[in-house]
Design a protein around this ligand. Structure first.
Ligand code: UD1
Length: 338
């Protein structure tokens, strides 16, 4: 059984990926410092898969700790690196926290991996690297735009660091550029646990639906889109998790064509904010209180993926609909508030 290290494995996307890895027979070791996650997530993973992953409470910003980890576990067949901070606004207020969490940790990890004879590395990147792309849907060839936030910058720099290191080492990497991950495991054993007021759309909607928030503010209704609200490519987190397993297998089986490959991970379908609200109303059977307000600074008009490369080369395709994803997020919200 191959042993896979999942950093940030207690987080939203990390925990769902651990489940899919275990379902596929991989043995998982999680590293997490619980900066934005809770240890009890392990029991959710265990409830779904029947297997408790190994957990190391470790801070990747501590170089010596990373070194010791790889001494203890010298048979890691692949690394999926999620551990990072991801709140855009917070990154503007505290850029060094973002550079330390997202860059230092990556560098320490790669330092250990480059000493190995072979290393397989999956990196959590984001469609944020495309900025407002000129053409929709967005292909992997669309140019990377200057980042508008330190968070976005860490994803771009992270990609560049991996490209540079792969040129001079035995590291093979796949950079997955996520569109907008939403939803929860259909079992409602794991899901998203936002700290404080959610900044992202779907957690804000479900918290409003459950009565924790008075109403949703729809940021901007005068965009050049059919209904005036922004368009995004919302992907079910379980579909996204499965993309990681497929990408990892590609590296382990040495099927990659170049040392570093890049894939968009989205559904290929754009949905407006109002469409997401309608979806929530449909799956929950209740009205969502919302008001139209001004635009949020830094928002782009639209972003949805061209998924052809992932479909044909990775052999992966998102399967869930928007309604299914929103329904799973709602089921999870109801479960954690009950
Ligand atoms: C955001 C980040 C992106 C990051 C991603 C991580 C920004 C500008 N972008 O993506 O870099 O990779 O989260 O998950 O923050 N909306 C509302 N009301 C709300 C919340 C959101 O109308 O209360 C709208 C937004 O204006 C946007 C859409 O919903 O049009 C999606 O927003 P969000 O979930 O925050 O994702 P992104 O902004 O696409």
């Amino acid at each position: 059984m191959k042993k896979i290290l999942v950093t940030g494995g207690l987080g939203f996307i990390g925990s769902h990926t651990v489940v899919e890895l275990q379902n596929e027979g991989f043995e998982v070791v999680i590293i997490d410092n619980m900066l934005n996650a809770e240890e009890k997530v392990i029991y959710g993973i265990e409830a779904i898969t029947g297997k408790k992953p190994v957990f190391e409470n470790l801070d990747l910003r501590e170089k010596e700790a990373v070194k010791s980890f790889f001494k203890k576990y010298n048979d890691i067949a692949g690394v999926i690196h999620f551990a990072a901070s991801k709140a855009v606004g917070e990154s503007v207020e505290n850029p060094l926290l973002y550079y330390e969490n997202n860059i230092n940790a990556l560098v320490y990890m790669l330092q250990e991996l480059q000493a190995k004879t072979a290393a397989n590395f999956i990196f959590s990147s984001s469609c944020t690297v495309y900025g407002q792309a000129e053409k929709m849907p967005i292909t992997e060839n669309a140019s990377v735009q200057p980042a508008i936030s330190p968070y976005g910058n860490t994803k771009q720099i992270g990609e560049e660091i991996i490209q540079d290191v792969a040129k001079v080492s035995n590291i093979n990497a796949i950079l997955l550029r996520y569109f907008n991950p939403i939803g929860a495991h259909p079992s409602a054993e794991i899901g998203e646990l936002p700290i404080g007021v959610p900044q992202n759309l779907v957690p804000f909607i479900t918290q409003t639906g459950i009565g924790l928030r008075k109403e949703l503010s729809v940021f901007g209704s005068d965009y050049p889109t059919p209904d005036g609200t922004c368009i995004r490519d919302y992907i079910h987190v379980v579909d996204l998790a499965k993309a990681h397993v497929v990408a990892l297998k590609r590296l382990i089986e040495k099927k990659n064509e170049t040392a570093v490959e890049v894939f968009n991970v989205g559904t290929g379908k754009g949905s407006s904010v109002l469409e997401v609200i309608r979806s929530f109303e449909k799956v929950s059977g209740q009205k969502l209180p919302y008001k139209l307000v001004g635009r949020r600074e830094g928002d782009i008009v639209e972003a949805y993926a061209d998924t052809q490369k992932a479909n044909t080369i990775l052999g992966w395709k998102a399967e869930s609909t928007l309604d299914e994803a929103v329904e799973s997020a709602w089921k999870w919200e109801k479960k954690i508030r009950s």
